[in-house]
Design a protein around this ligand. Structure first.
Ligand SMILES: [Zn+2]
Length: 339
């Protein structure tokens, strides 16, 4: 099969990789309907994470082509959505709703789903079948559910978004934009998107943002305070993962408020005394997307939400290198790879 590897930083190659086979009786094999590049793929692409001949991709939707002997709830021919961690969905951690930290969690990024086929471990726990074969126009949204929508949704839940709340979102990538969508669905009264890009501001408004703040850092914090009577927002969604974005989120939150942080943390060092006096709740981490998949698939299937709007460039898998370049240079928010 054809698949993407990162040979070294900035060297994306599309190569022949071995067709996946059933290894464990709990595995399934899927033929991907589409794949995509994630903002987090840019960390190794830019050399900020190790990159040495690694398979790429952790988002996936597609059709089951084979199952192991122990798989009971998923069948060949099912159209399925899964998350970037395979999980058994039965251990105590999964049952509490934290499937990304399942005691048997397996990292899909190590399997690499920017490819024609993929082996899905723990298929019964990991995969959720759609009600039927999706219309082609639903596939981008279902693919978004696999990571960026589920991650933005978790950030909103972790930030305790709800009716009457003012929510601010740090980060205007796909996750931040879908955090706006999630906040709207969860009933937020006011949603402030922090973005300095006109096209992303427009999509944020389409997803439900009521205010846009272009300033960042301390100036951004001051603007959020201005908009909230000097108090700060009730709920902050942090979707970047840097020191600046994390402090922007914490400082924009009112005492007693909640920060949901889902940007993969890179060199973030929280000042203890400032955190102590902030009085804010911090909750986040790798999103347990599996917890939300049934609900998100339903909202997409009945066309209540259209998270696939975050894909603003579509390229064939064979042009994956161009897809990475477009995202690295911020010419695209998120690139869909067709197979
Ligand atoms: Zn588990």
């Amino acid at each position: 099969m054809r698949g993407v590897i990162l040979a070294s930083p900035r060297d994306v190659q599309i190569v022949d990789r071995p067709d996946p086979v059933i290894v464990e009786p709990t595995d399934a094999i899927i033929r991907l309907a589409a794949s995509c590049v994630c903002g987090s793929d840019l960390w190794p692409y830019r050399g900020d994470d190790p990159a040495d001949q690694i398979p790429m991709g952790h988002e996936y939707v597609g059709t089951v082509t084979a199952i192991g002997d122990a798989v009971t709830t998923i069948g060949v021919g099912d159209f399925v959505v899964g998350s970037f961690f395979a999980s058994d969905n039965t251990c105590e951690i999964c049952q509490a709703g934290y499937q990304s930290r399942c005691v048997h969690a397996q990292i899909m990024g190590e399997i690499g789903t920017q490819a024609e086929y993929a082996r899905i471990p723990l298929a019964d726990g990991t995969l959720v079948a759609t009600p039927g074969q999706p219309d082609p126009d639903l596939i981008p949204s279902l693919l978004a559910a696999s990571d960026v929508l589920g991650t933005g949704w978790f950030a909103a839940v972790a930030a305790e978004v709800g009716p009457g709340k003012t929510v601010a979102v740090v980060g205007d990538g796909a996750v931040g934009l879908l955090g706006v969508l999630a906040a709207k669905q969860l009933g937020a009264e006011r949603i402030i998107a922090m973005s300095r890009h006109a096209d992303r501001q427009a999509l944020a408004r389409e997803f439900g943002a009521t205010d846009i703040v272009e300033e960042r850092g301390d100036a951004g914090v001051a603007k959020i305070k201005d908009l909230t009577g000097g108090l700060g927002a009730h709920s902050l969604i942090e979707a970047v993962g840097t020191q600046e974005s994390m402090m922007q989120a914490i400082r924009s939150t009112r005492p007693g408020g909640h920060v949901g942080y889902v940007g993969v943390s890179h060199d973030v060092d929280l000042p203890g005394l400032e955190l102590f006096f902030s009085g804010v709740h911090l909750h986040g981490g790798p999103a347990p997307v599996r917890r939300f998949l049934p609900e998100l698939i339903d909202l997409i299937w009945n066309r209540t939400i259209d998270p696939g709007r975050v894909f603003d460039l579509t390229l064939p898998l064979e042009q994956a290198a161009a897809a990475y370049r477009a995202m690295d240079e911020r010419r695209a928010t998120k690139v869909l790879l067709t197979l």
